[in-house]
Ligand binder design. Structure first.
Ligand code: ADP
Ligand code: MG
Length: 251
């Protein structure tokens, strides 16, 4: 069966810095893949390329056979790719509920307001109900009418995931989702991601700095180092790979 995501020979340079160098990656439908590597390895850049925030100089990216490279950034979500950011990027000036509703719109915040003007009441209600269902799923109902700026960082990370899910993605890219969580919150959070994966059959790539988190969560691990893929395989093999241990020591 063809992979849901196929990345081939992907190269992304920023001036003299090669952030990704000929990276190949195939991810099957329904996989939960951990992406590790030291700071600056190119993990976030891979997500930036897949969501068209960056335009790679070489290589190809296909989602279910659809070429992502040719899509304008605002159409990526409509084609099934959603992400969260290493540093949270919620829309200020919108409530938590409105942030999640905006995630359902492929033009994001601007689209949310433009569409709000012309949206039929039934459509508005449907968006609101599905946003509220997602908030309930994440235990965030009590924050629905709050501005996100006032909330703890760990909570904003959860809201970002809810917003990413609102677009109904086939591929969810989580960039250091456990960052900013208190250590005691991490196991419950890992369980939440595991359940999202199991219940929705979502394909997920999760970048994480906490190796324990990612090793416990993902059966398959991919390791990047300085833009190169240096390992890709079962977690129990990759975690013992000398090149990975050397690259990630101290991570
Ligand atoms: P990681 O997420 O693995 O820590 P990044 O993908 O953020 O690594 O960064 C990979 C490399 O690319 C780093 O050297 C970083 O400085 C560089 N880089 C990333 N984004 C940009 C950008 N927008 N402009 C210039 N350099 C960038
Ligand atoms: Mg990063």
């Amino acid at each position: 069966m063809a992979a849901l995501l196929e990345v081939g020979r992907l190269t992304m340079r920023f001036g003299g810095v090669t952030a990704l160098s000929g990276v190949d990656l195939a991810v099957g439908e329904g996989e939960l893949v951990g992406l590790i590597g030291p700071n600056g390895a190119g993990k976030s850049t891979l997500f930036d390329c897949l969501t068209r925030r960056c335009a790679p100089q070489e290589g190809r990216m296909l989602l279910a056979g659809q070429d992502l490279a040719g899509l304008p950034p605002h159409r990526v979500a409509g084609h099934g790719v959603a992400r969260t950011f290493q540093n949270t990027a919620l829309f200020p000036g919108l409530s938590v509920r409105e942030n999640v509703m905006a995630g359902a719109h492929r033009h994001g915040r601007a689209g949310f307001w433009a569409a709000a003007l012309g949206r039929a009441a039934g459509e508005e209600r449907r968006l609101r109900e599905s946003a509220d269902a997602l908030l309930a799923r994440f235990g965030l109902t009590r924050y629905a009418d709050h501005p996100p700026e006032a909330l703890p960082y760990g909570t904003t990370k959860l809201i970002e995931i809810a917003r990413a899910l609102a677009s109904g993605p086939r591929l969810l890219l989580l960039d250091e989702p456990a960052g900013g969580l208190a250590p005691a919150e991490v196991p419950a959070f890992a369980e939440l991601v595991r359940r999202l994966h199991a219940e929705r059959g979502l394909t997920i790539i999760v970048v994480e700095h906490h190796l324990d988190f990612v090793l416990a969560l993902c059966r398959r691990i991919v390791c990047l180092e300085r833009g190169h893929k240096i390992a890709d395989g079962p977690a129990e093999v990759v975690r013992r790979d000398p090149a990975v241990v050397a690259a990630c020591l101290g991570v």
